[in-house]
Design a protein around this ligand. Structure first.
Ligand SMILES: Cc1cc2nc3c(=O)[nH]c(=O)nc-3n(C[C@H](O)[C@H](O)[C@H](O)COP(=O)(O)OP(=O)(O)OC[C@H]3O[C@@H](n4cnc5c(N)ncnc54)[C@H](O)[C@@H]3O)c2cc1C
Length: 385
């Protein structure tokens, strides 16, 4: 179930499509294994940022990663799936064999359609990855709430342009320090798309200072993952602890005017305050206050193809995937645990109040209330289910 093999000229069963390079993955293959294989095979594949994730769940939920703005979701690049359905039959499904099932499995909900034994995904030529990494400090003599909201709004103003240019942004705004990263495939994206953002940031030097910045170029996606992105996310994740997340997909349409951008920024900040209310006291078993994650790695490249997979259309429309979450250990008592779960759950309320309801099911809230109303899934999935 962890086998990985390169097929230079893959043609889906029963298809007359032109042969294309592909990787066939055992459903248990984890992303770090796929990146390592891609590196030695000299190819790129569209998979995720956190390397412990398994291909099985990742691709059935949609799947975002560093190539997603420029190439699309992981699910957009699946060519064929072998799975065992509830009637006990082993099926090889693709765009011409069982196309409805093939549509549904790609993004329509992990574990819902059968047991996947292998998946074949498209392989691309190697592209180098450019990267900027910043630590930005708001001026401590000013109002940190205002500066935090304004900084989110500043990035929000340019976020549609960035995602449409194939550039990933990642903002993690701790109250007194903002981690800001950009990644882009150098073959498809121009860093000049970042110029207006930096020009405006430099005019605000009284408010924000750049505490550190690094510029890197990685020869491949795998190298960027192995040397930079994977270790960064690994350093933030609380492996082995209990974890609760909630998510909202901020559509590009919500970032088109200065008023709407400001409203979104205020809602993200307000959600963060809700999240942190039970964490301020540093109760045993908790990890202190938690910033939101603003992942600007949504599939702008395949936006016009949203109907071609079962993935939530909200993913394709999104400019930002906003995540609220934290973790706790067995040292947290029941009162603390319940308070955290409720805080994570309600942290999305300010964004929901703006009509931003959609959520990435793979990183969503298990206690989401109106999940049927296109929060997690394509409406067609709800209908067929
Ligand atoms: C630390 C961390 C980082 C993450 N980073 C990213 C990221 O960068 N990008 C992203 O898009 N998502 C990310 N996610 C979310 C991730 O995509 C989901 O958690 C996903 O469900 C993980 O799949 P899995 O197979 O590893 O997990 P599991 O818990 O093993 O499976 C998840 C679900 O998929 C089903 N499933 C798994 N394999 C199969 C199979 N072969 N056949 C049928 N059903 C199957 C399981 O039954 C279960 O319902 C991250 C999650 C974590 C915890």
């Amino acid at each position: 179930m962890k086998d990985i093999s390169y097929v230079p000229e893959f043609v889906p069963q029963g298809s007359s499509a032109a042969p294309a390079p592909a990787l066939t993955l055992g459903a248990g293959a984890q992303l770090y294994e796929i990146y390592a294989y891609a590196e030695v095979t000299n190819i790129s594949v569209v998979i995720g940022a956190c390397t412990t994730v398994g291909a099985g769940g990742f691709l059935q939920g949609g799947g975002h990663g560093v190539l997603t703005p420029a190439y699309g979701l992981g699910a957009d690049h699946v060519l064929e799936i072998e799975l065992v359905t509830a009637d006990g039959s082993v099926r090889t499904i693709n765009a011409v064999q069982d196309p409805d099932l093939f549509w549904a499995v790609r993004g329509g909900g992990a574990g819902s359609w059968g047991i996947i034994t292998s998946m074949t995904i498209q392989a691309y030529p190697v592209t180098s990855i450019g990267a900027f990494s910043f630590v930005i400090e708001p001026n401590p003599s000013q109002n940190l709430t205002t500066l935090g909201i304004d900084f989110i709004a500043l990035l929000g103003k340019y976020q549609n342009t960035l995602v449409n240019s194939g550039i990933v942004s990642l903002l993690i705004p701790f109250e007194a320090q903002y981690i800001l990263k950009f990644y882009w495939p150098t073959t498809t994206s121009q860093i000049s798309s970042l110029d207006p953002f930096f020009s405006e940031l430099l005019t605000l030097s009284y408010n924000y200072s750049i505490a550190s910045n690094t510029t890197s170029t990685f020869p491949s996606v795998s190298a960027a993952q192995i040397e930079s992105i994977g270790p960064f996310f690994d350093s933030l994740n609380f492996y082995g602890a209990s974890n609760q997340l909630s998510s909202r997909l901020v559509p590009q349409a919500s970032l088109t005017t200065s008023t709407s951008v400001q409203e979104v920024a205020e809602a993200i900040w307000a959600g963060t305050q809700i999240l942190n209310a039970p964490l301020q006291s540093g109760a045993p078993g908790t990890f202190g206050v938690a910033p939101p994650f603003l992942l600007g790695n949504m599939p702008a490249a395949t936006r016009q193809k949203a109907n071609e997979t079962g993935a939530n259309p909200g993913l394709y429309e999104a400019a930002w995937h906003v995540l609220f979450g934290t973790a706790w250990t067995v040292g947290a008592n029941e009162t603390t645990r319940n308070a955290i779960v409720e805080a994570v759950h309600t942290a999305t309320n300010p964004l929901t109040a703006l009509g931003i309801r959609s959520s990435y099911q793979n990183e969503g809230d298990a206690f989401e209330i109106n999940w049927q109303q296109c929060d997690f899934f394509s409406l067609n999935i709800i209908y067929h289910s």
